[in-house]
Design a protein around this ligand. Structure first.
Ligand code: NDP
Ligand code: 8X3
Length: 255
């Protein structure tokens, strides 16, 4: 029987690369995001290239009733188990000192990175408990381990993901559900474009002078933690590019 992976935020970056990698390895996929055309394109690509079985769910993860409605529509005849949930949907909005913080940016980060992750987890965990197994992979960040200048609320949301990952692992241990945190450092995706609200120059400048991770690099680490023997759980995996030591130290030397 084919295993199923549910990936939130699969319309770009790390989520999309993860979807492609799992599809190429024979997994069935449930893929979510807000951009319906991107979801449709990815579904067509995966069906054509890998003959994958794919269901797409288009919703805003900050909206609990939309999450519940979307997950209730999962075709349980096709997807008889949900083996892996990758809580990937997330973003940074803005970059600046706390005293100039923008309330809308703060709300969108807290609502997406923390509450969105809770919404998806709360809805999927009961399936996993019933089936008696499962694996939740939370995409945190080096910003969930340490803080950096002007990163305040984004770092706080990823620290929350770190705390939730540890708590979830304890709570779900009796049900045979693994919980892993994957913590990437700088990875070139649409992340910085979103953070700087479409300013391409500012977004590009983030990666000047060094070779950042690619979304494929991060996808490979997600795939790795998900394909270990049943009795093995990687609790925490931090991945950075060669020039980055942690959230606030990058020697920015091109390699
Ligand atoms: P992208 O911007 O490329 O992808 C973000 C994904 O999240 C998109 O698919 C987007 O889909 C989805 N998303 C955002 N907001 C919502 C929402 N309200 N409802 C549903 N889906 C949403 O960025 P990355 O791939 O880089 O980011 C993926 C994760 O990795 C995030 O959690 C990020 O914090 C984390 N991360 C990123 C790093 C980096 O340097 N890039 C490093 C460390 C962690 P759509 O817009 O279609 O809704
Ligand atoms: C994303 C990586 O360094 O931009 O979590 O915060 S960073």
């Amino acid at each position: 029987m084919q295993r199923t992976v549910l990936i939130t935020g699969a319309t770009s970056g790390i989520g999309k690369s993860t979807a492609i990698l799992f599809a190429s390895n024979g997994f069935q996929l449930i893929l979510t995001g807000r951009r319906s055309e991107r979801l449709a394109e990815l579904k067509t690509e995966l069906e054509k290239t890998y003959q994958s079985i794919v269901q797409t769910l288009c919703f805003d993860i900050t909206d609990l009733s939309a999450v519940q409605k979307a997950f209730a529509s999962i075709d349980t005849k096709k997807f008889t188990t949900i083996d892996i949930l990758v809580n990937n949907a997330g973003l940074a909005a803005g970059f600046g000192s706390i005293d100039n913080g923008n309330y809308d940016d703060w709300n969108v980060m807290i609502d997406t990175n923390v509450k969105g992750l809770l919404h998806a987890s709360r809805e999927i965990i009961p399936f996993m408990k019933t089936q008696g197994f499962g694996h939740i992979v939370n995409i945190s960040s080096t910003a969930g381990k340490d803080v950096y200048v002007n990163g305040n609320v984004y770092c706080a949301t990823k620290h929350a993901v770190d705390a939730l990952t540890k708590s979830m692992r304890i709570d779900l241990l009796p049900y045979g559900i693994k919980v892993t945190s994957v913590n990437p450092g700088a990875c070139e995706t649409e992340f910085s474009l979103v953070r700087f609200k479409g300013d391409e120059q500012k977004a590009k400048a983030v990666y000047d002078g060094f070779t950042p991770l690619t979304p494929e690099d991060v996808a490979a680490s997600i795939y790795y933690v998900c394909t270990l023997p049943k009795h093995v759980c990687i609790n925490d995996l931090t991945i950075t590019c060669l020039t980055q030591a942690n959230a606030h130290y990058n020697i920015k030397k091109t390699v």
